[in-house]
Design a protein around this ligand. Structure first.
Ligand code: NAD
Ligand code: MG
Length: 384
């Protein structure tokens, strides 16, 4: 049976992987909306290839270029943040939320309200909105399928079990490309070194997050909202091979783990086909070639971000949204050569000290906290 799909962030790394799977299963999918921030040419090509109903650029200044590329075709075009939200309101069996950052929050919330099943890659949206998003999911009876590899692994390990029987959820972390660097070495890390991930090929922002371990901090908060076992039952372990994508231990002492190649097409395929399975072209896991699986406790002196994230989610209120916004600002500044690698976590820590808003009650309040936190983080950066 043909199913309909919209992909927000279609031109990024997750977008590429998703469309690769759709390409291999073309007869079973009808593409509704595809979006990008500004990559008009790439978006137009994809919209034509997949015969999308509508192509949307988040940055309105790129709409003219998109229209030129799509003139004479039947693909509708639109631009701007409101246009993203309107496209997300179009009914589709599945929406893939793959915009990077809090910029993806409003369209993701619109898909949830529409009742579309949402395959969520955009962790920043859930971290910022927290209960505001999970309440909407419950209100509209929406199915949220985690795409983040760890959360997808946990989701799979929970199938057929009672979440009340969970003793521990263990998120695995690769440790990133800088895992073995000293603090002094970390201080001198360049953007090129930070984004050179040993196991995964990802967008620039998440690659830096992986290097700082903010990615795992955000994922800790993400796991808390997706799998309500209580914060005290969530933990992180460094596992450099990225073969075990996460684990669930039950009260009888059984630990279930999901293993697979470091290829996002695996968790995305599990969300696309859920509750069934589909074929992928991913290289099968060759454990004999991997040889060894190793595990380490996280070092929060060199990588304080997981501690900051844990403290923020325990503190509650708007702290997770502030943490996320400050991190987005600091990562952009690092990639732009304005600050040093070790300043990222220092800026986030200082912003959290300066700004502790109450828990936002709705989408507008989340976006207001996000905007204020960005301004505060920029102030902190200027003083640094
Ligand atoms: P990416 O940078 O490769 O792609 C981001 C996409 O979002 C692009 O299509 C871009 O055009 C669009 N975009 C960027 N800014 C936008 C804005 N302001 N408004 C509208 N659209 C905008 O990022 P990615 O690696 O594909 O990651 C996407 C999301 O998935 C992130 O939240 C990331 O944390 C999460 N994720 C990614 C991976 C991975 O392997 N890449 C794994 C797990 C989770
Ligand atoms: Mg992940």
């Amino acid at each position: 049976m043909t199913r309909s799909i919209s992909i927000f962030g279609a031109t990024g790394s997750i977008g590429d992987s998703t469309l690769d799977l759709i390409r291999g299963d073309r007869d079973n999918w009808n593409v509704v909306a595809l979006s990008a921030n500004c990559s008009a040419e790439k978006l137009a090509k994809l919209a034509m290839e997949f015969d999308a109903e509508i192509a949307v650029v988040g940055d309105e200044s790129c709409l003219g270029e998109l229209r030129e590329h799509l003139s004479g075709t039947s693909v509708e075009t639109a631009g701007g943040t409101q246009a993203l939200v309107e496209a997300a309101r179009r009914p589709a069996d599945l929406t893939v939320a793959a915009i990077v950052g809090c910029a993806g929050l409003a369209p993701t919330m619109a898909s949830i309200e529409q009742g579309n099943t949402v395959a969520l890659a955009n962790k920043e949206a859930l971290v910022s909105a927290g209960d505001v998003m999970t309440a909407k999911v419950a209100e509209h009876g929406t199915t949220l399928l985690p795409v983040d590899s760890e959360h997808n692994a946990i989701f799979q390990c929970l199938q057929g079990n009672d979440i009340k029987d969970v003793r521990w959820i263990t998120l695995t972390a690769s440790g990133g490309p800088l895992r073995t660097k000293s603090l002094a070495e970390l201080d001198a890390v360049t953007p090129a070194q930070a984004i050179a991930h040993p196991n995964w090929d990802m967008g620039a922002k998440i690659s830096v997050d992986s290097a700082t371990m903010f990615n795992k901090g955000l994922e800790f908060i993400e796991a808390h909202h997706l799998f309500p076992v209580g914060l005290d039952r969530l933990r992180i372990i460094v596992h450099p091979q990225s073969v075990i994508h996460s684990m669930v231990e039950y009260r009888d002492g059984s630990t279930l783990a999901q293993l697979g190649p470091s290829d996002m097409r695996v968790p995305i395929a599990s969300a696309l086909a859920h509750p069934k399975r589909m074929d992928t072209q991913c290289k099968p896991l060759d454990l004999a070639a991997v040889g060894e699986l190793t595990f380490f406790a996280p070092d929060e002196e060199r990588f304080p971000s997981t501690k900051l994230a844990r403290e923020a989610v325990y503190a509650g209120g708007g702290a997770p949204a502030v943490l996320n916004a400050a991190n987005e600002v600091a990562v952009a500044a690092f990639l732009d050569g304005q600050i040093r690698f070790t300043q990222i976590s220092a800026i986030v820590a200082r912003t959290l000290e300066m700004y502790a808003p109450e828990a936002p009650k709705d989408l507008d309040a989340v976006l207001a906290v996000d905007a204020e936190a960005r301004m505060r983080a920029k102030d902190v950066m200027e003083l640094a």
